[in-house]
Design a protein around this ligand. Structure first.
Ligand SMILES: [Zn+2]
Ligand SMILES: [Zn+2]
Length: 150
């Protein structure tokens, strides 16, 4: 079947600020380095980060229309730990607990607060964690779900 220009679905311009990640089925803002879930895309593009007018955001929304993507922040994909970083998503320095799956970007929070979780088996001065690279789907929503990266 031939597709002519009238029926071909619109595609994201290669220089668009939004990249749709086919692997994780999520839209990523390459400037802000965050995942943007479906219903907040227009707000993200018209808001203080970009100040887009309709001719700027409309083709992006058209190109993303119909693509599977998270509808809320809770639906962001949860890639397993240890894989290569997802392109365009900010990479943070963080720490991974050696005793459980806890991850955080603050060494102090790991050392002083998370230590209490393991105080039965770890002495106060012991280093029970290691430095890792960390990504989150969207840090503007907080750091509630980390993935650590190789
Ligand atoms: Zn952005
Ligand atoms: Zn732990």
């Amino acid at each position: 079947m031939m597709l002519n220009e009238d029926t071909a679905p619109p595609v994201l311009h290669p220089n668009a600020v939004i990249r749709y990640d086919e692997t994780w089925q999520v839209s990523i803002c390459t400037k802000c380095k965050i995942g943007v879930h479906g219903d907040t895309m227009k707000r993200h593009l018209t808001g203080k980060h970009h100040c887009y007018c309709k001719p700027d955001w409309s083709p992006i929304l058209d190109a993303l229309n119909g693509k599977p993507q998270p509808r809320s922040k809770d639906e962001f994909p949860r890639p397993r730990n240890g894989i290569a970083p997802i392109p365009d998503l900010k990479v943070w320095d963080g720490f991974a607990c050696n005793l459980c799956s806890y991850l955080i970007t603050s060494r102090d929070a790991m050392h002083s607060k998370h230590w209490k979780t393991h105080k039965d088996v770890v002495c106060r001065t012991e280093i029970f964690y290691r430095p890792v690279k960390v990504q989150v789907p969207n840090y503007l929503f907080g750091f509630t779900c980390y993935f650590f990266r190789s």
